[in-house]
Design a protein around this ligand. Structure first.
Ligand code: HEC
Length: 252
């Protein structure tokens, strides 16, 4: 403000010094001075608006895991806050495997708005699958998200994390490799308790990962065709499938 006042004063001084004998020009300069003054007031108002910090809030919540023993070894479990409309990532936290069955999280400095909260699995920062999602949480005060119960091992996660990467050969065409469709609409019914066409085993025998040919394929074991090059499944992906089969290969 001080510099602005100085510049207004200098306009007046300038006027009086050079235009003592020219009243019309003096008026023009006087008007310029008024314009300066209005600009000064305007800028003072807008800059004081910027200086006021936006209010920000705290979002916290808790996840309870029904099967925390299946926490992945090398993959990360990440809770994230995303802007509902733009889907833009606001903040994320990697969660450590909890000692008991529950783990809490807190996001601070969150501005007013609508947010989606997601619990996802990543590997080397690459998205793998989603464990949980809550859409459109309104934040205009500190918010406590109700505790959510989360299951680590379920078929939709296997579909998203493992089987969706197999569709180049086991996908949506009339002829798929080994007659095995692994698309989301068909995979479960094509795998569970179905005889393998390439071995004496079932493709998936509930409760028996060692007698399930799908596990052999993911371990790159027992196919004449070199499946190794075509499978992107990592160690934790294999373990996930084995755990799902051990737990009864349910369609949950
Ligand atoms: C590049 C093509 C290709 C990709 C990608 C591929 N497969 Fe296969 N898959 C095949 C072929 C070809 C066979 C038949 C192998 C043979 O005849 O020995 C097969 C066979 C199988 C079988 C045995 C089916 C049976 O009846 O016993 C399973 C299970 C299987 N694949 C699972 C998968 C999974 C899971 C993935 C993804 C992680 C995958 N495949 C990705 C080509 C592929």
């Amino acid at each position: 403000m001080i510099t602005v006042w100085q510049s207004i004063n200098s306009v007046f001084n300038y006027n009086s010094h050079f235009n003592r004998n020219d009243m019309n020009l003096h008026k023009v300069k006087y008007n310029i001075g008024l314009v300066f003054m209005s600009l000064a007031i305007l800028s003072a108002c807008s800059s004081s608006g910027e200086d006021t910090p936006q209010p920000s809030f705290e979002v916290k919540g808790e996840f309870r895991f029904t099967d925390v023993e299946f926490w992945p070894e090398n993959q990360e479990v990440v809770v994230g806050l995303y802007e509902s409309n733009s889907n833009q990532e606001i903040k994320t936290h990697t969660l450590n495997k909890p000692g008991n069955t529950s783990v809490s999280y807190v996001f601070t400095g969150v501005q007013e708005g609508s947010y989606d909260i997601r619990l996802v699995v990543t590997e080397n920062s690459v998205y793998k699958s989603k464990l949980f999602e809550k859409k459109g949480a309104m934040v205009n005060a500190d918010v406590q998200i109700p505790a959510q119960t989360v299951t680590m091992v379920f078929f939709d996660r296997i579909q998203e994390q493992v089987l969706n990467s197999c569709l180049a050969c086991h996908g949506n065409s009339n002829e798929v490799a080994a007659g095995l469709y692994l698309t989301a609409d068909k995979a479960y019914s094509q795998l569970v308790n179905v005889n393998s066409t390439k071995s004496e085993m079932k493709r998936v025998l509930p409760g028996e990962p060692d007698k399930s040919f799908l596990v052999k394929v993911l371990q790159r074991d027992g196919l004449s065709f070199d499946h190794a090059a075509s499978s992107t499944a990592t160690k934790d992906d294999q373990t996930l499938v084995e755990n799902w089969i051990s737990a009864g290969a349910k369609d949950n």
